[in-house]
Design a protein around this ligand. Structure first.
Ligand SMILES: Cc1ncc(COP(=O)(O)O)c(C=O)c1O
Length: 476
């Protein structure tokens, strides 16, 4: 690399092509290695040395291929393989290659998707993707939304709108409700917005882990009587632990009657809106004021990709639109939406492109089939588990997650908790698969999230046999 090029942070055409092809080759090899790699490496706790010791930031530049080697050795060799079909933990990230290439285009062209001025195509791609998503929710034409980094920011944005529209941003004495299964990003959002922990009321769930609406109604009445200001209910469409769905219709009724904002966290379960089979379970979501969704989960996109959808697009514009002097040149969108006016970010990339390009490439039916496959796999696992008395279902396969416990006669709950925790650790130690456990009503459960469309039924059979074998051989 010549000194001159280095000062301009530029590579020659040949260098760019060589580096670019090498990166693409690495990504393709990674995809092709799915299902065949060890799921973890034995370097837990080892400092990869990327701070200042082993790999300091050099004063002078170096060969980009050398840098790539460092990345391979210190970073890529030690990642969680969230797209691999043997990854069943947390919520997998079963990304797709077209989405990854869309991200490469976004970064390569450094697409600015904040204003539509001189950039109508970007705005229209985002609008097309939002329109498709709002159609899945069952929202009216006046609905809108915007792409964000993921579920946490999508939920935060929904809560911002609730605070603004129901409280005029005055949070004194305000209270809101969610269930004891609601994701912790809601707690985080409330911290960011200045609420105190006691302002969030966690309503207990029933035996199916769904919010108890009788207790919700009771609590709203008590809070009103005590002079507090109820303003919001957060329902979950697909909880993280068990994939269950709150009674959305009933929550919508209560919110309408009580004049509360109804926000639905569909960050995990949103993909299930593609399933006609599950549609009746999700009924009521279309009555929510706002819905948070993650396209980097069950819509098969690379990180980072989420959306906040709102029943009236004007709510976003009304809160987020600000026009300082230095933006007045681009005040007019000429019919296209300035997405900077619909969310937190001004400078923003075109996250919508990955969803749009993969939908264009594979078609909507492929997405529907992929979601249906994931739903079916969890149901298949449940069938197998129910057929063997060594297993107890902790939560059935509602939306692509099945939670279950190994059981052994004579062991109390504490011993079973320890046993199931050990099974989880030991199955991960085989490096063949990666699982994470959860707690449901205080009891440890094994858990499979089966949303990766590249998982085969055979893999489920083999995994359950392996878990059983480990369980049989393990003492609590
Ligand atoms: C139900 C639910 N809500 C919110 C989130 C947070 O989303 P993100 O991790 O994309 O910020 C998650 C993540 O798993 C989730 O499962």
């Amino acid at each position: 690399m010549s000194r001159l090029d280095n000062d301009k942070l530029s590579l020659s055409r040949e260098q760019m092509i060589a580096l670019g092809y090498k990166v693409v080759d690495m990504i393709v090899d990674y995809y092709q290695g799915h299902g065949q790699r060890e799921m973890i490496r034995n370097i837990e706790g080892r400092d990869p040395g990327l701070g200042t010791r082993e790999v300091p930031i050099p004063a002078a530049g170096q060969d980009p291929f050398k840098v790539l080697e460092l990345v391979e050795k210190h970073v890529l060799a030690d990642i969680q393989h969230v797209s691999d079909p043997n990854f069943f933990a947390y919520v997998p990230g079963p990304s797709n290659f077209v989405g990854a290439m869309a991200d490469a285009l976004c970064a390569g062209f450094n697409i600015f998707a904040g204003t539509a001025t001189h950039s109508h195509g970007t705005a229209q791609v985002e609008e097309a993707a939002i329109n498709w998503l709002k159609g899945l929710v069952g929202y009216p034409a006046t609905a809108g939304g915007t792409f964000v980094s993921g579920g946490s920011v999508a939920n935060l944005t929904g809560l911002i709108l609730a605070r603004h529209n129901k409280l005029e941003d005055d949070i004194r004495q305000a209270v809101l409700y969610c269930s004891d299964e609601t994701h912790s990003c809601v707690d985080k959002a409330l911290r960011i917005l200045g609420f105190k922990p006691h302002q969030l009321i966690r309503i207990p769930t029933d035996l199916d882990f769904r919010m108890r609406t009788d207790l919700l109604e009771q609590r709203i009445a008590e809070d009103r009587k005590a002079g507090r200001r109820p303003f919001l209910v957060v329902g979950t469409l697909g909880t993280t632990s068990s994939g269950t769905v709150d009674p959305l219709e009933a929550l919508a009724e209560i919110c309408e009657r009580e004049d509360l904002w109804f926000h639905v966290d569909a960050a995990y379960g949103g993909g299930a809106l593609l399933s006609t089979r599950k549609r009746s379970l999700l009924k009521g979501v279309e009555r929510a004021h706002s819905v948070a969704m993650d396209q980097h989960k069950w819509f098969f996109q690379p990180y980072e990709c989420g959306t906040i959808l709102v029943r009236e697009m004007a709510w976003l514009h009304e809160f987020f639109h600000i026009l300082p002097g230095y933006l007045k040149d681009s005040a007019e969108g000429h019919g296209s939406i300035h997405y900077r006016d619909h969310g937190i970010q001004l400078t923003r990339g075109l996250r919508a492109l990955k969803l749009w390009m993969s939908l264009q490439t594979f078609g909507e039916q492929a997405f529907r089939d992929a979601v249906e496959w994931g739903l079916g796999l969890a149901e298949y696992a449940e069938e197998l588990l129910r057929a063997d008395p060594c297993w107890q279902i902790a939560s059935p396969a509602t939306l692509g997650i099945i939670a279950f416990r190994y059981r052994r006669p004579g062991l109390d709950d504490g011993a079973l908790n320890r046993l199931n925790e050990k099974i989880n650790q030991q199955v991960n130690a085989t490096k063949r698969v990666f699982l994470s456990s959860t707690e449901l009503k205080g009891r440890k459960a094994l858990r499979l999230c089966t949303i990766n469309p590249r998982v085969e039924k055979k893999a489920i059979r083999e995994l359950l046999a392996l878990l059983k074998q480990i369980g049989d051989e393990t003492t609590p």
